[in-house]
Write a protein that binds this ligand. Sequence first.
Ligand SMILES: [Fe+2]
Ligand SMILES: [Fe+2]
Length: 305
Amino acid sequence: MFDVICDQYHLLQMMSRFGISTGFGEKSVREVCEAAGVHAPTFLAVAGYLKNGRESAPYYVERICVSALMNYLRQAHSYFLNFQLPSIRRKLISAINCSSANEVAYLILKFYDEYMGDVRRHMDYEDKCVFTYVDTLMRGKASGDFRIEQFARSHVGIDKKLQELKNLIIKYYNASDAAELINTVLFDIFSCEDDLRQHCHVEDDLFVPAVELLEQRVAQGEKPEDDNVTASPDTDPLSEREKEIVRAIVRGGSNKEVADRLFISVHTVLTHRKNIFRKLGIHSVSGLTIYAIARGLVKLDEVEL
Ligand SMILES: [Fe+2]
Ligand SMILES: [Fe+2]
């Protein structure tokens, strides 16, 4: 998992929307997903789609578990509405002069508030109508006349107005007295615009086709997928002997002292040390100490800081 995240650091955001937090150690993607109760093929499908672009969507659709993807989309809605958009608003207020004398600033804030209202309505509709319909479908029932195709037909991107706001600020707002603050808001708007665009693409390219497949299965009387994920036992790349060496190293002392305490040669300590650092991708005793405390191998008062 660590390699996947370092390859595309923006997947950190995707990971948290799947309910996975950092601190997963050396676990593989499958192990991290299973420990968090997340459907790993769906996680990998969304990661692959975000990396490879819209043309790759058909390859991933069949791998998707609809309920896992829907949880991801719900979390994304909550992130935009409760965190990202309010945070941009706060930064906007501190960056622009909102006094009534500055009419452009006043209109920019008004424009932004109207935009937040539009996004809230868009996401509320998806949460309350579309996702509720899909929940019913997953219980094997088709409700009323609604079909996902109707949603797909009227589904529009919600990033355009944000793009317009950014353009208005850049072109018409003179921020000579708060250039750094305005730049920070603009960076956030650029990033939020990309994020919202990708969110809508995931809905159009992965969610809608996956729900269409589900509709077909339900229409044919098939039982919808069972996506229960069972947690796998925690795994650690180090052997018990290597953990013992880690404890001795982080408790302090020279290689000779560590060797004497464990009744082994200095050469053996150095070989273990090299293997441990390679396996963990850690290259310092301070790093090894964080690992040892996080894994519960030692207590803070036992280590040499
Ligand atoms: Fe959405
Ligand atoms: Fe949407």
